[in-house]
Design a binder for this molecule. Structure first.
Ligand code: SF4
Ligand code: SF4
Length: 308
């Protein structure tokens, strides 16, 4: 099964031109600062917005599985609805009865033909702007290889430009299988320090770096994207490591994006019943970001941008 959380139209930050970005659900990494936590789990899940909830109790009464209850609220505070995910069967009844639209099921299944049909609705904009479709997530490359090949072949047949936005944590066989159809890769590098990678990203970096080397060796067009977090990789030493890695592996990206940490995804965590772990993380200040750009420029990488 392949689930999608969002199909974003008129996107201009996920590759060239005007694009439709498809967010697949599921990723093996757990970046503490992830601003799309609803894309991390591979399965659909319930999202609940307590700010919209009036506490009417209709959802609690409607749930056939006893998965919902009210929290113990502090004096003066309104109780909120708590979902026991282990009991929830995603039947959707609580969503249907909520008069405030405070509940939603995140993750919709799309077959290849239905997804292609949706993407093709904006063909005119791709053609006029030199854009196309960006397959993102979550981690699109963690989806089933056969599904992805079939999707990419169908889009390629229609002449749609395909960009893949990837964190690199997926089997090489999947990358290899869709190389013939992909125009551009947006490839994340977080840190070359494996220990820090495990601490803040939830897995080592070996597979990610190996896949990047193989894509580069295959002559692929790769934009490098570096989320910059002061406590993780926001140092000259860390940027020097990346520059050295790119040089040693003859990777010459047409574009490098340095993406300063931001916490715009923070409010999504409580809606999923999760805690935001990145409270103590920060973006480097503008002067530091500019100094990182300068380091890349001095190493011969000309097209380095701050932001997407
Ligand atoms: S989706 Fe169905 S099972 Fe899950 S909490 Fe809502 S009503 Fe209960
Ligand atoms: S039905 Fe909606 S508004 Fe009523 S308690 Fe449930 S989530 Fe809140």
């Amino acid at each position: 099964m392949h689930y999608i959380t969002n199909i974003q139209k008129f996107s201009i930050h996920d590759g060239d031109g005007i694009r439709t970005t498809v967010f697949f659900k599921g990723c093996k990494l757990r970046c503490q600062w992830c601003h799309n936590p609803e894309t991390q789990n591979f399965k659909p899940e319930i999202q609940y917005d307590s700010d919209k909830c009036t506490g009417c109790g209709r959802c609690v009464n409607a749930c056939p599985n006893g998965a919902l209850s009210f929290s113990q609220a502090a004096p003066g505070e309104a109780p909120t609805v708590v979902t026991d995910q282990s009991k929830c069967q995603l039947c959707g009844r609580c969503v249907d009865v909520c008069p405030q639209c405070a509940r939603d099921i995140i993750g919709k299944e799309y077959s290849v033909p239905s997804l292609v049909k949706e993407i093709m609705k904006d063909r005119m904009f791709y053609e006029d702007s030199g854009g196309g479709v960006t397959l993102s997530g979550g981690e699109v490359m963690a989806m089933d290889k056969e599904y992805l090949v079939s999707l990419c072949q169908a889009l390629h047949r229609q002449g749609i430009d395909i960009t893949i936005d990837t964190c690199g944590e997926a089997p090489w066989e999947t990358y290899e299988a869709i190389i013939p159809y992909v125009h551009t890769w947006l490839y994340d590098i977080k840190t070359l320090d494996d220990e820090l990678h495990r601490k803040y990203i939830g897995a080592g970096n070996q597979l990610i770096l190996d896949n990047l080397k193989k894509l580069a060796a295959a002559g692929e067009r790769i934009y490098i994207r570096i989320p910059v977090v002061k406590e993780v990789n926001g140092t000259e030493e860390s940027m020097r490591d990346v520059i050295r890695f790119l040089g040693e592996n003859h990777i010459a990206p047409p574009q490098i994006n340095l993406l300063p940490y931001h916490d715009t995804g923070k409010s999504k965590y409580p809606r999923l019943g999760r805690e935001y772990e990145a409270e103590n993380l920060h973006a480097p200040d503008n002067e530091e970001m500019q100094s990182f750009v300068k380091m890349f420029n001095e190493a011969g990488y000309g097209n380095v941008k701050i932001g997407g």
